[in-house]
Ligand binder design. Sequence first.
Ligand code: PPY
Length: 409
Amino acid sequence: MQSLTPYPRVSLKSVIRTNSPSSTNRVVAPSRRVVKSAYRFDSASAVANADFKFAGDVGSTRADWQSTCAILAGKVALQQKDAVKGHKTLDIVSKPVTISDLLPAPIHGSTIRVAYQGVPGAYSEAAAGKAYPNCEAIPCDQFEVAFQAVELWIADRAVLPVENSLGGSIHRNYDLLLRHNLHIVGEVQLPVHHCLLALPGVTAEHLTRVISHPQALSQCEHTLTQLGLAAAREAVDDTAGAAEFIATKNLRDTAAVASSRAAELYGLEILADGVQDDSSNVTRFVVLAREPVVPRTDRPFKTSVVFAAPDGEGMSALFKVLSSFAFRNINLTKIESRPHRNQPIRVVEDGESGTAKHFEYLYYVDFEASMAEANAQNALAEVREFTSFLRVLGSYPMDMTPWCPSKRA
Ligand SMILES: O=C(O)C(=O)Cc1ccccc1
């Protein structure tokens, strides 16, 4: 997959590697001033950006964001120098951690900073806006960077897509959930409405290439073919980044699958509206934070766990785990298996027939219950007995917003 986007984003290079806040490092919350001009998701800036044309004047929102990135990059450069000198203090900070920084929600009047992968106009940015309507949405160039942005207090939350009703799971994020120690504190389900975008004046006959996030391409494959688009499909990091790439490079032979908001932001035209193969196309995002939320029982909660089976017991352990939930009438909403990276293969020697190689898996399960419920606690106590590894990724309120398929993002 190519990374095409020139938009200034928090990148791996600009995120300093340091120990976690619980280590001996003095890590304090970043001052709001450091990131105050980060792109802000609210209707006012959406309207301001509607006039933005890539080839013309750069709007103040974008200029502000670029200067923010410069500040951030400068701070990071400073830290890198300090790291070389052996200083371990994280230097993007100007005040010590207070109790309000540790609260699961921001204190009244403060703006929550939400990291997402992509550039403005990405669906992940819309998901951040749905979860936290007046947040500062912080674009990151990779999923991993969004995790690190939260770990390093550059952001308060990260919002990441994990599955789509047409395209299936986004495996990278399942793997990252395990590699990092953030907690799932919420979920967002976003109806995704895709458009085919191109430079003004370009028609379908000019197109030799359609670029987008691989999930977006797979969600539109049938419709694009029906539109007679024999153009090659090319996967890039995010939908809005694809739109921006076309605008900056002035590509008249390339279209992007992205949101109508991306068309407005980057001065593209909508060649076809609603190109997803199914109007009930929904993407589920998880919201991550450094601290878990306290599970409750006064509203519907979901809990996400990941576990591994003891050596050689893959299928029977899975059966027992599923029974633990079934016997308690706990509904599972998701089950996903991923290769067990620390132990990918189990080799079984059989003198007569040869050597069998079995793949080992980790299982990700979501169930509809709160960890505050005795039922869920008992189920997990039992699951622990059948598994060699078990981690609760989070117990969090379910997204219960009314169903409205395919609203334009
Ligand atoms: O690329 C984006 O805009 C994303 O946020 C990832 C994505 C891609 C396709 C559907 C939903 C989310």
